[in-house]
Design a protein around this ligand. Structure first.
Ligand SMILES: [Zn+2]
Length: 321
């Protein structure tokens, strides 16, 4: 039963907005584009888990996706999927990487053998990462008053073109392919924790609720990070069909000059980009300039139509996006 849906990280969402709003000619655009590629690739891998999680061995499991928690030492840790059962829980960590992969246990490195050469690419240390996650989750459980439930963690290779080379029994215990995930979960279910109940059904649901309550989404300040100034961004409403900007407003409808598409609500996406990149509040003057609107009264209509909360008196009023 899915208790928490998968969501895109704030870091990915801000990069998506950045790809729309940072001009292609900007010197930081290539590095932004590269990072965006990595993040959306990672998200795609996490989503690849979801299909195989519909084949769970039993209905006892509660599934919590994209969970980010703070451990008692104020360090954040993130889990792609967490499965809760009365007897144990399982952390799944997706790795969306293609090619011939090798887990080098002596050097604690994930390696990729590049085709047609002896070259090897280092891809970090996911084994240490999952053991850290397990440790942090156990600290979190203790701090929040839950019993020491056994925690299993698994690296799931989610790319269809991933192959493993030089595996050992200890690697096979920690790593699996997404296509084999249902079998691995069944094995864990049947062989390891059979019958040893740590949580009642009531406590299991309480744990799930507490985890969701303590989930802290990440925050990413894209303009600060890349040292891009807000006035360098592309303003106006972007056409959702052909992606050109700005759309021109005529009698309350946004029209595209390039492809003649029109929309009544295209400004909402522009405002979402504003919120992700520039700030969570806006005043009439800022919105008017950002959307290229003709007057303060037209701008005011848009602000009212969105039903936003605000603070401040008429002239200094700031709206919460
Ligand atoms: Zn268009």
């Amino acid at each position: 039963m899915i208790k928490k849906q998968r969501e895109k990280s704030h870091k990915l969402l801000t990069h998506e907005a950045g790809m729309r709003r940072v001009p292609k000619s900007h010197p930081k655009y290539p590095i932004l584009e590269q990072e965006h590629g990595k993040l959306s690739y990672g998200h795609k891998g996490e989503e690849a888990l979801d299909y195989f999680l519909t084949f769970l061995p039993n209905d006892n499991y509660l599934i919590l996706n994209s969970l980010r928690l703070e451990d008692p030492k104020r360090r954040y840790f993130q889990m792609d999927s967490l499965l809760l059962a009365p007897t144990h829980c399982i952390i799944l960590d997706s790795k969306y990487m293609s090619g011939k992969l090798e887990f080098d246990e002596s050097a604690n490195q994930l390696l990729r053998h590049l085709p047609g050469s002896d070259d090897i690419e280092k891809l970090g240390d996911p084994i240490s990462q999952i053991s850290r996650q397990r440790h942090q989750l156990s600290l979190w459980l203790e701090k929040n008053g839950f019993p020491p439930i056994p925690i299993v963690s698994l690296i799931v290779l989610t790319h269809n073109n991933a192959a493993l080379t030089k595996t050992t029994p200890s690697i096979t215990k920690k790593v699996t392919f997404h296509t084999n995930l249902p079998n691995r979960l069944k094995e864990i279910d049947q062989n390891i924790f059979r019958g040893n109940f740590m949580l009642s059904t009531k406590d299991l649901h309480k744990l799930s609720r507490t985890l969701i309550k303590k989930h802290t989404p990440d925050q990413f300040l894209l303009l600060n990070h890349y040292n891009i100034s807000a006035n360098e961004l592309i303003t106006g409403v972007i056409c959702t069909v052909c992606l050109s900007a700005p759309m021109i407003r005529k009698r309350g409808v946004w029209g595209c000059q390039m492809c003649s598409a029109y929309s009544k609500t295209a400004h909402l996406e522009a405002i979402t980009d504003y919120k992700l990149l520039i700030g969570e509040t806006i005043n009439n003057r800022e919105l008017r300039s950002y959307l290229n609107l003709p007057s303060a009264s037209v701008t005011s209509k848009y602000l009212v139509s969105m039903g936003l909360n605000f603070e401040g008196s008429f002239k200094n009023r700031r709206y919460f996006l």
